[in-house]
Design a binder for this molecule. Structure first.
Ligand SMILES: *Cc1c(COP(=O)(O)O)cnc(C)c1O
Length: 438
């Protein structure tokens, strides 16, 4: 009985390797990722991949689905000692901060869904973003990034970067010319979000890919708002995709996690950062994320269906000034959305008449959506940027990035569209009548 079988044999070429001789072998061919089992699923559909890729049944008992490997460490054997010596630490189980089969299962599933060679999971989206960014820059580096970044990423560039001897220039992601003009001799990466928050700009990723190629820069995109059923940025030529898996990927608002997907070469450069900064995903959370991912495709279809119906309804309501949903013809990027997005998501932003005070009243009259930040869960969540996600900005700064008074951020869950429409109808009517009386 060989213990090796439990770990799979996708990487068991090491027997023929010269122990300790790895330094002469640096151009060695690598497997596309450390995989437990080969899952040749490239030709399969999104839901098939979501269910099967990476997931493996328990070899010992036949239990269906990946067991939770709730362990900090692994018994060392000849093969592990060999890989440690050869510098293949990422390909074997040694210690859970380095890698764990519960993490690998999710990594392989995500790589399959994103069409990536390799992936890493992290304890949060910010752990993934900071490790990916810092692995791609040297001291003295400069980054060109979007001006309306997620707050945590904005703080990484504005608060952490200066103390690390690095700098960032933030540019409106619509302004492709200004982005190119901001590139300096020490610029190393471009960092953008595929769909921005909360004004849901659909960013011209192919144009950014073109700039990155011409200037020999790496392009990292945060695609939290456009998970793989919606967009696959690696297919568009992006170098690395990062996600807050706390949102659509997990989809149930019950854990915090992050992920990075890309080529094996780049992911191998990020892995030491995961080790050094320590943001590894706990095996139990990895299990929950793996389970959440299995329904990613059907959840996205349900989000799109309810969000489209609700967005169309909101557009017709007299208490609503404007609705922002990329799949509606009224969206300024509708043509690009049709080109780059395979489907819509659950994110709808709208502006009510009567400003932020009316928006506050609206939230109080709603029964179904919960007042909370975050997005991508099966339950609808509603929040106002002015007193939550963008509360530290002045109203002028908010207006500059399109967040005018009365702005409502809505993450439509998978509730039935009719129920959501009825709820918004009664709540909007209540504030509209109030306004009419005033
Ligand atoms: C939530 C979010 C993050 C941060 O993710 P955490 O899992 O909360 O660390 C990063 N980017 C975007 C676009 C997000 O929405």
């Amino acid at each position: 009985m060989s213990k090796k079988r439990l770990y799979g044999d996708a990487n068991s070429k090491s027997a023929s390797r010269n122990v300790g001789g790895w330094i002469k072998d640096l151009d060695r061919a690598r497997q596309s990722g450390p995989f437990l089992e080969a899952h040749p699923m490239d030709a399969m559909g999104m839901s098939t991949k979501a269910v099967h890729a990476g997931t493996h049944d328990d070899a010992r008992t036949g239990a269906v689905g990946t067991p939770i490997y709730q362990t900090s460490t692994f018994i060392l054997h000849e093969e592990t000692y060999e890989s440690i010596e050869e510098g293949f630490g990422r390909d074997r189980f040694i210690y859970t901060r380095y890698g764990n089969p519960s993490q690998w299962a999710v990594q392989e599933k995500l790589a399959s869904l994103e069409g990536a060679e390799s992936a890493l999971v992290f304890s949060s989206g910010m752990a993934a973003i900071s490790a990916a960014v810092l692995a791609m820059v040297d001291v003295g580096a400069h980054v060109v990034a979007a001006s309306d970044l997620y707050g945590g990423t904005y703080n990484l560039f504005n608060q952490e970067f200066p103390s690390l001897g690095m700098s960032a220039t933030l540019i409106d992601s619509y302004d492709i010319e200004a982005i190119e003009a901001a590139i300096l001799p020490n610029t190393q990466i471009l960092y953008f979000e595929t769909i921005t928050n909360p004004v849901l700009k659909v960013v011209d990723i192919p144009a950014l890919v073109d700039i990155a190629r011409r200037h020999n820069l790496r392009l990292i995109v945060d695609s939290t708002f456009a998970p793989p059923p919606v967009m696959k940025p690696l297919e568009l030529g992006v170098d690395l995709v990062v996600h807050s898996a706390s949102k659509y990927l997990n989809g149930h608002s019950d854990l915090i996690a992050g992920a990075v997907c890309g080529s094996r070469k780049l992911i191998d450069m990020i892995w030491p950062r995961l080790l050094n900064y320590g943001g590894q995903l706990d095996p139990h959370a990895a299990f929950l994320l793996e389970r959440g991912l299995k329904t990613l495709d059907i959840r996205m279809k349900a989000h799109e269906k309810s969000a489209t119906a609700l967005a169309e309804f909101l557009e017709t309501h007299p208490a609503v000034d404007k609705v922002v949903y990329p799949m509606l013809p009224s969206h300024p990027d509708h043509a690009r959305a049709k080109e780059l997005m395979k489907m819509g998501t659950g994110n709808v932003t709208f502006f009510v008449k009567g400003g932020d005070q009316a928006a506050l009243k609206l939230m109080d009259h709603l029964h179904l959506p919960k007042q909370a930040t975050s997005l991508g869960g099966i339950e609808s969540l509603i929040s106002l940027p002015f007193n939550s996600s963008q509360s530290t900005m002045t109203s002028r700064q908010r207006a500059d990035i399109g967040i005018h008074t009365g702005c409502v951020r809505l993450s439509v869950g998978i509730e039935d569209a009719d129920d959501l429409i009825a709820d918004f109808d009664q709540a909007l009517n209540a504030i509209y009548q109030m306004k009419g009386a005033a």
